[in-house]
Ligand binder design. Sequence first.
Ligand SMILES: [Zn+2]
Ligand SMILES: [Zn+2]
Length: 335
Amino acid sequence: MKALVYKQPGDVRIEEREIPAPKPGEALIRVAAAGLCGTDRHIADGSYRGAPGIVLGHELAGVVVEVGSGVRDLTVGTAVGVDPNLACRACERCRAGKPHLCANAQAVGVTRDGGLAPYVCVPAELLAPLPAGLSPVHAILGEPLSCVVHALDRAEIKPGGRAAVWGLGTAGIMMIQLLKALGQTRIVGVSHHEDHRRLALRAGATEVMTQEEARIGLEVDLAVEASGSPSAFGPAFDALAPGGTLLVYGVMNPEDTVALKPEAMFRKELRIVASYVGPSTLDRALSLLSAGTVDAELLLGDRLSLGEAREWVLKQGPRRKAKAHVIFEHEEAMP
Ligand SMILES: [Zn+2]
Ligand SMILES: [Zn+2]
């Protein structure tokens, strides 16, 4: 099979691989589709630590075709989504009930083989059966949505509030759909991309702005930084009403810094919360997709070949409509 492999910073290749055999506790997944995301680009350029030699792809869904020894409660033929984050269950943070902050965390498509290949072996504990009627292609949105669900849990949103989202990529558009479902009365989408602003309006934003427009007079209870750009951090912070919350969501580079105004933070009793990955939120994310609360069709963008996915990850080739993804065609026969 052909797989998209991260070799080292700046080097991502399509390689020929054997279909893997499941080890004890693992399941072999026939991958239906895998999504591409900014994290893949950060792995490819070396700013997010991935293990050299792994197959990329942490947003995937497919069908169980074989299970390793010791796997119970999982039958061959089950359509599943994947929580890529594997905790050690032994470190202090795991024991404190925060497995997503595990000191020895492994992740599918980051430190072990992922879903940008027709088959992948995944620990069975990371698999979630898809709700009836949810297509595996739509289910690739389960992983990014599980992170967004966790972020909005962390933000402790109150119905009737006002919110603004900087950065209207996949996560930003998901945020807007959930903020609407959570009863926010003013939802502002902020982006310098016109097509992203249009999509935000379709997703439920009550208004959209450019970054320049959002610098003037905007006041919200929740400001979400989902652009991954340090330049959005200050304006998002400045837009907070007294008692407001800044939610740090976008992935920035480790060396990025921002300036804050501690006096405003003190006087207005502002809160800054950050959110990393979603612990145990995949099932809720899949339910939200299945129910249509988050509209998968609105979010799925360009379908790419594996070669185009390689270009995208290396920031070559044309700009793609998010969520760019790869769909794998399979014969009906088992491997
Ligand atoms: Zn991702
Ligand atoms: Zn741990």
